[in-house]
Ligand binder design. Structure first.
Ligand code: SF4
Length: 438
């Protein structure tokens, strides 16, 4: 979400005539976009912010913009007092305050009408800044901003605000622009993406949105994340099955395997309901892959409760498990209500147990790809090898002298590991129709 937000700021600044620079020393404007999902991320953001102070001292004309969840949606008076050298504070996903500040600065030297025109061009768009156009194959498009679910461990609702779905017209416009700029795959983002449209009176739901976007010419692939088990209905499964551009990869977190822990997290479902959803997805979407998120060591999680999570992963054999150790997040319900009573070493032990289990499971799942032909959308070249993804979101590397960027190529998997695969290119059609070998 933050990467998409940063791109949005970048393109907004370009509309005002600014250009990207990779060097802090050369910049006239520095935007620090922040994440506070964990305390360590917040501490890092404060560190980066402090490191900008000498630049401002050296160059008082430098504009520093602090953006994102560190600022949040509420009054940030404390931040203003603590960081007086920051010129602009922007909430998540909103380049507005920075644009307004720079526009006012500019208005002293150029005509107001011209400034307003340029402002209008960027308003509301999630598009690519100039230096990424034609290079980025896969881009994220936020479709639901904020979250109203309020899981007890999560700070996001208080920092990103209540759930707001963007209009399908705006999303479609963004996707068309991105495709015109060379993007082949878009990932629709929402903290609970399957709730898309539920706050829009008579608005489209996620299924309708997928159907609308599916018609965009030149767009090869559509993904969406993150889904919540309570809202992942059969209509979404049907859309994934019916629409060839929608990839059969579902990110649907469980967070914990024990019902009491789930209740304390206020997730809103039980372990058995989660199992049923997974079964349904597998039954309806053939060849699908499923990813989950897990937090170990939530306050009060006993050994037995942890083992519920372990056995769940063992049984379900999911393709990905994003693992995290619980850490206290000031400002959350969990911080106020539940003492952080699982020792750090114990959290680490549980984390490692799941990590080892998952590595084994994914290694076995991936080995089934060996010798298979799969379509891979190649994105970029890393250390001499082309990197791409299968429809199921598996990472694939291939070696060839050809330019594969942005192409969907059928490949044969020749090696697999838990985290990536290696592939040989099959025959690629050449412009003269005779085909070339990778
Ligand atoms: S669903 Fe829960 S974990 Fe996800 S953003 Fe909303 S409150 Fe946070």
């Amino acid at each position: 979400m933050n990467v998409a937000d940063s791109r949005r700021v970048g393109s907004a600044l370009e509309c005002l005539g600014y250009a990207f620079t990779g060097s802090l020393e050369d910049a006239d404007v520095i935007v620090l976009n922040t994440c506070v999902v964990r305390q360590s991320a917040e501490d890092k953001a404060y560190g980066r912010l402090s490191s900008l102070k000498p630049l401002k001292t050296k160059n008082p004309a430098l504009v520093i913009n602090l953006m994102g969840c560190l600022v949040g949606i509420r009054n940030n008076e404390k931040l203003r007092i603590r960081f007086p050298y920051v010129d602009v504070f922007s909430p998540p996903s909103d380049p507005g305050p920075l644009v307004a500040f720079l526009t006012q600065e500019e208005a002293r030297t150029i005509e107001t009408s011209e400034t307003e025109n340029r402002f209008a061009v960027m308003d509301g768009k999630f598009v690519l800044p100039e230096h990424e156009r034609g290079k980025l194959v896969s881009a994220h498009v936020p479709v639901v901003l904020g979250c109203s679910h309020a899981c007890t461990f999560c700070i996001i609702p208080s920092r990103r605000g209540a759930e707001r779905s963007r209009s399908s017209v705006d999303v479609l416009a963004d996707v068309r622009t991105l495709v015109a700029q060379g993007v082949k795959e878009i990932t629709l983002l929402g903290q609970i993406v399957d709730r898309y449209g539920k706050d829009l009176p008579d608005g489209p739901n996620l299924t309708t949105l997928l159907r609308i976007l599916h018609q965009v010419e030149g767009l090869e692939r559509i993904r969406f994340l993150t889904s919540h088990p309570n809202y992942f209905g059969e209509d979404i499964m049907e859309a994934v099955t019916e629409l060839p551009k929608v990839m059969p990869h579902i990110e649907i977190p469980i967070q914990a395997g024990d019902d009491d822990v789930l209740k304390n997290m206020r997730r809103g479902y039980t372990q058995s309901e989660y199992r049923k959803i997974v079964q349904k997805i597998r039954g309806r979407i053939s060849g699908s892959s499923i990813a989950t998120d897990i937090i170990v060591g939530f306050p009060g999680e006993s050994e037995m409760q942890f083992m519920e999570t372990y056995h769940l992963l063992e049984d379900l054999r999911l393709d990905v498990a994003h693992l995290a150790r619980y850490s206290v997040r000031p400002g959350t319900v969990a911080e106020r209500r539940f003492p952080d009573d699982v020792p750090e070493e114990e959290k680490m032990r549980r984390f490692r147990m799941l990590e080892e289990l998952q590595e084994k499971i994914v290694g076995e799942i991936n080995s089934r790809y060996l010798g298979n032909k799969v379509d891979v959308l190649f994105e970029d070249k890393v250390k001499g090898r082309w990197r791409g993804r299968t429809p199921t979101n598996k990472l694939v590397f291939a070696e060839t002298g050809q330019d594969l960027r942005g192409k969907v190529i059928p490949v044969t998997v020749i090696w697999t590991g838990p985290w990536s695969m290696q592939a040989a290119l099959n025959s690629i059609p050449s412009p003269d129709g005779r085909g070339v070998q990778g």
